[in-house]
Write a protein that binds this ligand. Structure first.
Ligand code: KG4
Ligand code: ZN
Length: 417
C-alpha cells in the first residue's frame, strides 16, 4: 500500500511517500520520497519555537514540499486540464485560514495528475495546535481533491514506531539514479517485536514511560511532573549561551569533556558542579527535570563570571557533562525499574532526545548487561527527530483497524497515547 504522510506538529514541515508491502507482523517499507524543511534557523533568534510563526511557515512550505516529494517518488505527471473533480470551492473553504496555501495548492492540483496513493496520514497531536491545524487542513484538502481517505495519527505513536525500521541498507537514489546525499536508506524492514513492549519517549515536549500490550493500546505508567527532558536540555543550553535547539550542543560539549578527561584543568576534571538526580529514589516511575535545570542556574549564579560569554569553554563542557550524566542516570534507573515491574519483552526508546549519544550508549550497555533477553530497539539517528516517515508507518498499522475515516477530526495539542 502507498501512503502519503504529513507532519507539522512543531518546527519541522515534512511530507513522505512510503510503499509498504507484507503483513502486519513483517513488512518491507520503501521510502519513495521524503521532503523535510526545518524551521530551526527561523526560531533560533527567539530561543524557542514561536507557534504562530511555525504555522505561517508550514503554510508557506507545504505545497513546495508536496511538489518535491511527488517528483522524488516519480509520481509527478503534468496534464493540461484537470481530469478529476478536485472540488475547488470546498478545498478553498478548508484552507480559508491558511493564507496563500489554498491558491498555491489549487494551482498545483490543477496542473498535475492524481497520484496512485491509497491513503493519507497526518499528525493531529500532541504538538502546537496552530501548527498541527495547517497539516490537518492540508491533508483534508488533498483527501477531498484526490478522493482518498485520511487517517489522523498520534505523533508519539510515530516516535515509538520509528524504532521498528531496520535499514535494508540500499542507499536512496535521486531521480537520476544517483546516490542521494541523505542518511536515510531506500528500504527498511519492519518486524513487530514481542509484547509487552515498554517505550521510553523523550522529546522536547514529552518524557514518559509507556506500556503496550498490542499495537494501538498504550498506557502511560510514568511521566514528567514538570519539564520534558528535551526542554531541560534546551533551557540549560540557553543558560550557557548556546543556540536553540540546545540538545545537540550540550551533547557535543559533554562529549568533549569525556574525551578531554584528565587533560582538563584540575578544577574542571574533578566534578566541580555536582548536580542532583531528581526523583531517583521516589517510589514511582515519574520524572522531574525542572529542579535540575534550576540547580544549573544556581551553579552559574555562584560563579564569578555570570555572563555566559565569559564562562570558559572548559567549565561549560564540565557542566554539560554533569547535566547529561544526571539526566542519563535518572532515565536509566526509572527504565530499569519499569522493565522489572512490567516484565516487558521489548524496550524502545524514541523522540528527539534519543539522538543523544551518551543516552544511546548507556541504554545499550544496560540491556546487554542486565536484561539480555529484552529486545532493545532505538531509531537510527536520522529518524530520531520529527519526520513524516514515522507518521506514515503508524497509518499502515491503522489502515484496517479504522474502517471508517472521519474527516471531522481536529488538532489536539495535548493528545495523549
Ligand atoms: O522529537 P523532537 O524532534 O520534537 C518534539 O516532538 O519535541 O525532539 C526535539 C528535542 C529538542 O528538545 C532537542 O534539543 C532534543 O530533542 N535533542 C537532543 C539531541 N538531539 C535533539 N537532546 C539531547 N541530545 C541530542 N543529541
Ligand atoms: Zn517529536
Amino acid at each position: 500500500m502507498r501512503i502519503l504522510a504529513i507532519e507539522t506538529s512543531c518546527d519541522e514541515t515534512a511530507i513522505a511517500i512510503l510503499e509498504i508491502k507484507g503483513s502486519k507482523e513483517s513488512a518491507i517499507v520503501s521510502i519513495w520520497g521524503n521532503a523535510l524543511h526545518s524551521q530551526v534557523k527561523l526560531h533560533q533568534k527567539y530561543g524557542g519555537v514561536f507557534p504562530m510563526m511555525a504555522k505561517r511557515e508550514h503554510a508557506k512550505t507545504l505545497t513546495p514540499l508536496l511538489l518535491e516529494v511527488l517528483k522524488e517518488a516519480k509520481m509527478l505527471r503534468y496534464q493540461q486540464l484537470t481530469t478529476y473533480n478536485l472540488q475547488k470551492k470546498k478545498v478553498e473553504k478548508i484552507l480559508e485560514r491558511e493564507g496563500e496555501l489554498a491558491k498555491e495548492l489549487i494551482e498545483l492540483l490543477e496542473k498535475i495528475e492524481k497520484p496512485k496513493i491509497d491513503c493519507l496520514a497526518v499528525a493531529n497531536g500532541p504538538g502546537l495546535e496552530p501548527a498541527l491545524w495547517v497539516g490537518i487542513n492540508f491533508a483534508k484538502a488533498l483527501s477531498l481533491a484526490w478522493d482518498i481517505p485520511v487517517i489522523p495519527i498520534n505523533h508519539m505513536e510515530g516516535h515509538i514506531f520509528a524504532s521498528l525500521m531496520q535499514s535494508a541498507d540500499k542507499r536512496r537514489k535521486d531521480a537520476d539514479g544517483r546516490r542521494k546525499n541523505s542518511p536515510l536508506s531506500a528500504t527498511y524492514t519492519i518486524t513487530l517485536p514481542p509484547f509487552p513492549l515498554l517505550a521510553l519517549l523523550i522529546s522536547g515536549g514529552h518524557t514518559e514511560l509507556v506500556l503496550s500490550r498490542k499495537v494501538g493500546s498504550y498506557k502511560v505508567i510514568g511521566e514528567t511532573k514538570d519539564d520534558a527532558v528535551g526542554e531541560a536540555f534546551d533551557k540549560v543550553a540557553r543558560m550557557l549561551g548556546l543556540k536553540y535547539p540546545g540538545g545537540p550542543q550540550i551533547s557535543r560539549l559533554a562529549e568533549e569533556a569525556r574525551q578531554l578527561g584528565h587533560r582538563m584543568s584540575k578544577l574542571a576534571s574533578k566534578r566541580p558542579f555536582p548536580l542532583p538526580r531528581p526523583m531517583l529514589h521516589s517510589k514511582n516511575l515519574d520524572f522531574s527535570f525542572s529542579g535540575l535545570k534550576t540547580a544549573v542556574l544556581y551553579t552559574l549564579k555562584k560563579m564569578e563570571n555570570k555572563n555566559p560569554d565569559d564562562i570558559s569553554d572548559e567549565i561549560k563542557c564540565a557542566l554539560a557533562k554533569e547535566f547529561e550524566d544526571a539526566v542519563t542516570e535518572v532515565l536509566l534507573a526509572k527504565t530499569k525499574e519499569a522493565l522489572a515491574k512490567t516484565k516487558a519483552k521489548t524496550l524502545i526508546i524514541g523522540g528527539g532526545v534519543s539522538a543523544n549519544k551518551n543516552i544511546r550508549n548507556s541504554f545499550t550497555e544496560l540491556i546487554k548487561k542486565e536484561f539480555p533477553k529484552v529486545k532493545f530497539l532505538i531509531p537510527e539517528q536520522s529518524l530520531t527527530t520529527d519526520n513524516a516517515i514515522m507518521i506514515g508507518l503508524v497509518a499502515y498499522y491503522k489502515f484496517n483497524a479504522v474502517k471508517k475515516y472521519s474527516k471531522n477530526f481536529i488538532a489536539k495539542g495535548s493528545l495523549s497515547l
